[in-house]
Unconditional design. Sequence first.
Length: 252
Amino acid sequence: MEPRLQLTGVTKRFTMHLQGGVRLPVVAGVEFAVAAGECVALAGPSGAGKSSVLKMIFGNYRCDAGQILVQHDGEPVDVARADARAILELRRTTVGYVSQFLRAVPRVAAIDVVAEPLLAAGVGREIARARAGDLLARLDVPERLWALPPATFSGGEQQRVNIARGFLPDLPILLLDEPTASLDAANRTIVMDLINEKKKCGTAIASIVHDDDVRAHTADRVIDITRFAANSACSGEVDTGSPIRTCARDVR
């Protein structure tokens, strides 16, 4: 069986436009695959390029070289070469993403923020809101807050809304960027349960988790991203001859 997600030779450099066009290497030659029902954790120090890898998979960043293949409707699609319309379709039906921070339209009620992925997929409003409410309740977001915009919530409450939004749709691939970073122990346990339930349903998960306990209870394999650090990550080399020497670990 083909993996749900496969990266081959993925390389990323950032162009520093305010530094005369210096190109800063981040990762080079990243290779790993994630099968259905498997959680692969990306490890390495802060700034090693873990979040950049997830953003390339989701299509927020373009990679400079390599392939990022995702199984979409039974066919492999290379995110590295997909156009904007194809990437939006992948996000709607195939690849979910829980980032470190909630990004939502201002003044939209929390329950509608969570329900939006189901609404976009054609699920009826009542059913979508009911499922969103069930997940918000499980994540201990008080019902009195559901009609309020998440911008008025605490950081932990916002992250639980963010998690609910990302976990609600049943997508084949799920990307998790430190989903438990601002949660207490009880809610970390709930998120671990949600991850393991997704795995049992066949979801392929790539995660960044700094909490050792969360990683131990959810990850099937750990990939050390520092193995793929471009120019040994902190060599400071750039490809314009500039004297500026910047450590890739300073770039997220």
